[in-house]
Design a protein around this ligand. Structure first.
Ligand code: AMP
Length: 418
């Protein structure tokens, strides 16, 4: 499978040409396994997360399928891609634009937080592919600005995140409006019981494709943990940022407040930084992302939800200023570096409160993160604290159930503690 070409997968020339322009040479594992199946019009259950190339795995077959058949009628898209966040929606649309650049396919993206007018106008012109977040899609369905009765392909992206964000009822309502005869695709990074139930409701005899979530990301990321007292975290950050090799750093915090504070402090110290989180307007988030990706800002400080799916080239370092309180977010976070073949470094600050989160991350991912104790703020007290730490809320037991498939490939013991 590994040495397959896009031509061998059965993709038409306009798509192959677009992929050549994107400099994609070979399909990723999820693409190699999903695309031929999807081109036959069959359902798919993909267990994969961002960074694996899953967007192209569904976007390419959708584009190919829409190349034939009748063009879309006004307000009746032929393909719908449902995704949890605005950033993801924008990214998916950008990918569709790139892959479909040599085809005559119309697409639009709808999400909340911006005015409905331009979205309604785009839909009334007729779009083949609609990318949407659930809330706004339901709004425009209620206002009869869009109908799903002519839908040919439905894709549910990041289903687990959709459930985590409380979209389950919205998603069920949308599913109930879909025509019986359709092709359905379901993607989720993890397969919790709820995700599996939702997939059962949506799919008919799907092919199951599971790609190891970390094989294409975490393995290429050099990871280390720095034990530090919470009062020294900022000083540690500044000392790290003295190193010019950290030229594009994505810093994660657990709270919006902390994200703002850090960005402010950095800017005061003439380190250009932006912050993105849920309290920022869509416009402000997009501007922040642009400033970071074009290099105007050296640092982007983000919360987990805001960062979901961010695809910025050449993030040299991910710095976990605070450990994530959900183990799966650790893998999501570090996957923001080492994108598409590049190497990357992930540095995690761990204070007493983070200790428990670290323990759970190591348990769930079966990783032992190497410790770097050579920095000036190393705290032996934190290093010796029990792994259960004092972190508040543990996560549910969904990773323990039989279907849980969080299986990073880096096994416990392969990386020794420093
Ligand atoms: P995704 O998992 O869809 O978020 O994709 C992750 C990154 O990999 C994006 O920057 C894509 O542009 C890139 N990508 C996807 N497929 C390929 C491929 N076959 N070869 C090279 N890069 C790819």
């Amino acid at each position: 499978m590994n040495n397959m070409t896009f031509e061998e997968l059965g993709l038409i020339e306009p798509l192959q040409k677009a992929l050549r322009k994107e400099k994609y040479e070979t399909p990723t594992p999820i693409q190699a396994r999903s695309i031929p199946h999807l081109l036959k019009g069959l359902d798919l259950l993909g267990s994969a997360q961002t960074g694996t190339g899953k967007t192209a795995a569904f976007a390419l077959p959708i584009l190919q399928r829409l190349a034939s058949g009748h063009p879309a009628k006004k307000r009746s898209p032929r393909a719908l891609i449902l995704t949890p966040t605005r950033e993801l929606a924008n990214q998916i649309e950008t990918s569709i634009r790139k892959y479909g650049r040599y085809m005559k396919i119309f697409h639009a993206v709808v999400y909340g937080g911006v005015s409905i007018g331009p979205q309604a106008r785009a839909l009334s012109r007729g779009v083949d592919i609609l990318v949407a977040t659930p809330g706004r899609l339901l709004d425009i369905m209620r206002q009869k600005l869009v109908y799903l009765d002519r839908l040919e392909i439905f894709t549910l992206d990041e289903a687990d995140r959709m459930l985590d964000m409380g979209f389950i009822n919205d998603v069920k309502k949308i599913i109930s409006e879909l025509p019986e005869k359709r092709q359905s695709l379901f993607f989720s990074a993890t397969m919790s019981r709820n995700a599996v139930n939702l997939a059962d409701r949506l799919l008919k005899e799907p092919l199951m494709v599971k790609v190891n979530p970390t094989s294409s990301t975490a393995e290429k990321v050099e990871q280390k943990v720095l034990f530090v007292d919470s009062r020294d975290k900022e000083a540690l950050l500044f000392s790290l940022l003295e190193d010019a090799a950290i030229n594009r750093a994505l810093i994660f915090t657990r709270t919006k407040h902390r994200a703002n504070k850090i960005a402010e402090k950095l800017n005061k110290n003439r380190i250009k930084a932006e912050a993105i989180h849920g309290n920022k307007s869509q416009g402000a988030r997009m501007q922040a992302l642009r400033n970071f990706s074009d290099g105007c800002a050296r640092v982007l400080v983000a919360t987990d939800v805001a960062s979901r799916g961010i695809d910025i080239k050449d993030v040299s370092h991910v710095i976990n200023f605070e450990m994530p309180n959900e183990p799966e977010n650790y893998v999501h976070r570090i996957g923001r570096t080492a994108r598409a073949g590049a190497a990357g470094i992930a540095i995690s600050f761990c204070d007493i409160e983070d200790r428990g989160f670290l323990g759970s991350i190591e348990r769930v991912t079966k990783l032992v993160l190497p410790v770097d104790s050579t920095h000036p703020y190393h705290s032996e007290q934190v290093a010796r604290a029990p792994k259960t730490g004092s972190s508040k809320k543990p996560w549910g037991n969904r990773y323990n159930n039989k279907r849980g498939n969080f299986r990073p490939s880096q096994r416990r013991g392969r990386t020794a503690r420093a």
